[in-house]
Write a new protein. Structure first.
Length: 532
């Protein structure tokens, strides 16, 4: 076990499920919680290249200088690993200079202090404020740098003159405020780590600001447009996520898929996308994703492939159709189905995947368009536990909580249908209440306000009330999908002979709204059916 580590030590740090990665021990950040296991010694590591950080057990940390070549990868090099090595090598080159600088400067100050205070031991750690005029000039020069350091808290050590000269030569004032950890940015990769399908697409760095700019409303097409205010107020970036080195495929760029892919890219994952309407892939390709020509090609070129499409028909066509998922599945390939479909179809897909040697996980998500964009979905999973663990970084990127419900295929689907049944009945009840309020002469705004401050206050009631008041039904969760989920829930109830009186009535209201032409609108448009 490694011992005796100090702040600023350059190390190899290994997280469970990931290769050892070049890093640096830094002072802990208050917003990142310490591990619950207090028996093991942990250090707070800054990871070069990805610029993420995490708590790592000391037993998984090795001094970089002593194990320089031990953990270097020759093949299957994960994204950002090469840049991380370059960054730590540059940091290592500067370290001898810094140490020489300290050795040269500090003894001379101690000698002067010993002359001024003969009775005081030279090695006293107490700070002497009588020498402020001596260090005033140096502290003024580095005042801004010290104040804004993000990866180091060493305020006692003056910044090396060499670093100052480099900053002045570049002529960029902003670089004077950056700590050494942020001096090197990931470079755009000109070549792929190993042979890929003939996409010939450039790989962009996992830079949060770069991807946010590429996916902003100014650059996105109408089909992938994202609210600018949402990106500014609630950024999706989660700095503690270390992306898996596995290649990720994603099939389906609908309302939910767009947000999930965006967050996978932002967290540094290598993603290959496919959509039936190829135009939707364009903006994600600009942001660093690869584009597959068909589902089979995506599955062949990736280690784990996710799918999120509209309904049972779309899933069957995607999996069993020409150039479908099954034609790309081989031994060891992993497939994660995130669509909300009936239990029988989910089991059929699982059997077909495993029959060809693949690994299957069902993983429907709870949430709508905004949680998908914010990375705040709830992931419900059932199937192969090992695959669930391998998807950890992906689930961290797209969701706030993931639940493993067991190996029984269909358990996650049943959970999703029950949750959406509650959602559908609540919104249907809200629509009827608002329609009745109008008929009896109450101000609907007053009704919405009472609901927002009482026991029924929740994001769904508040947001759908506002949509009804403004009569704007932008599809955060399409009404036709809600009606589909209610229908599937009713079929599940029939299967186990469970009466569902309220859900049945709500389903009829949604069916009426679809007949009125509101199928592609948000579920709050069910109000139009209740008020007619």
């Amino acid at each position: 076990m490694a011992t005796g580590f100090e702040i600023h030590d350059l190390v190899w740090a290994k997280m469970k499920g990931f290769p050892a990665w070049p890093g640096k021990i830094i002072e802990p950040k208050p917003e990142v919680k310490r591990p619950a296991n207090n028996k093991k010694v942990h250090h707070f590591i800054f990871f070069f290249g990805s610029e993420n950080y995490a708590w790592i057990p000391e037993e998984n940390i090795y001094l970089y200088s002593d194990h320089r070549d031990k953990f270097k990868l020759e093949k299957r090099i994960p994204k950002g690993f090469k840049e991380a090595l370059e960054a730590i090598e540059d940091e290592l080159k500067e370290k001898p200079f810094i140490k020489t600088f300290k050795t040269k400067e500090l003894p001379s100050i101690d000698e002067e202090l010993a002359q001024i205070f003969p009775g005081k031991p030279s090695g006293s750690p107490q700070k002497d404020y009588t020498r402020e005029p001596l260090k005033g000039k140096k502290s003024m020069e580095t005042q801004n740098t010290v104040r804004r350091k993000r990866m180091s808290n060493s305020d006692d050590n003056p910044k090396p003159k060499k670093a100052k000269v480099i900053a002045k030569v570049t002529g960029s004032p902003s670089k004077l405020t950056l700590s050494p950890d942020h001096k090197l940015k990931p470079k755009i990769r000109a070549e792929l780590p190993s042979p890929r399908p003939e996409h010939n697409l450039p790989m962009s760095p996992p830079s949060h600001s770069y991807i946010q700019a590429s996916l902003s409303p100014g650059n996105a097409s109408a089909s992938t447009q994202i609210e600018e205010t949402l990106l500014k107020v609630k950024p999706v970036a989660k700095p503690s996520i270390i992306p898996t080195p596995m290649r990720i495929g994603f099939l389906g760029l609908g309302i939910m898929g767009q947000g999930m892919v965006m967050n996978l890219l932002r967290s540094g994952h290598e993603v290959t996308v496919w959509n039936r309407t190829a135009l939707k892939c364009r903006d994600f390709v600009k942001s660093g994703a690869f584009k597959g020509n068909n589902p089979a090609e995506v599955v062949q070129s990736c280690d784990i492939t996710f799918s999120c499409v509209a309904d049972t028909t779309a899933v069957k066509d995607l999996v069993f159709g020409n150039y479908g998922v099954l034609q790309g599945i081989s031994k060891g390939k992993c497939y994660v189905e995130m669509s909300t479909i009936d239990e029988e179809t989910m089991q059929d897909v699982a059997e077909a995947i495993t029959a060809r040697g693949g690994v299957f996980l069902e993983s429907p998500v709870v949430g709508s368009r905004v949680p998908a964009l914010e990375g705040q979905l709830i992931i419900l999973a059932a199937g192969e536990r090992k695959l669930y663990d391998e998807c950890y970084s992906c689930f961290e990127a797209i969701g706030k909580k993931s639940l493993y419900l067991g190996a029984d295929i269909g358990a996650a689907t049943r959970m999703k249908l029950i949750v959406n049944m509650v959602m559908g009945t609540v919104v249907a009840g809200l629509a009827e209440a608002m329609a009745m309020a109008e008929k009896v002469g109450l101000d609907q705004e007053d009704v919405a306000e009472v609901l927002s401050v009482g026991a029924l206050s929740c994001p769904t009631v508040i947001h759908k009330s506002q949509a009804i008041l403004s009569q704007r039904y932008d599809p955060h969760f399409p009404l036709q999908h809600q009606q589909k989920d209610l229908r599937l829930a009713l079929l599940l109830g029939d299967k186990v002979e469970q009466p569902l009186y309220v859900a049945s009535a709500a389903n009829e209201l949604y069916k009426k709204a679809r007949r009125l032409g509101y199928g592609e609108s948000d579920i709050s448009a069910v109000y139009r059916a209740a008020s007619n």
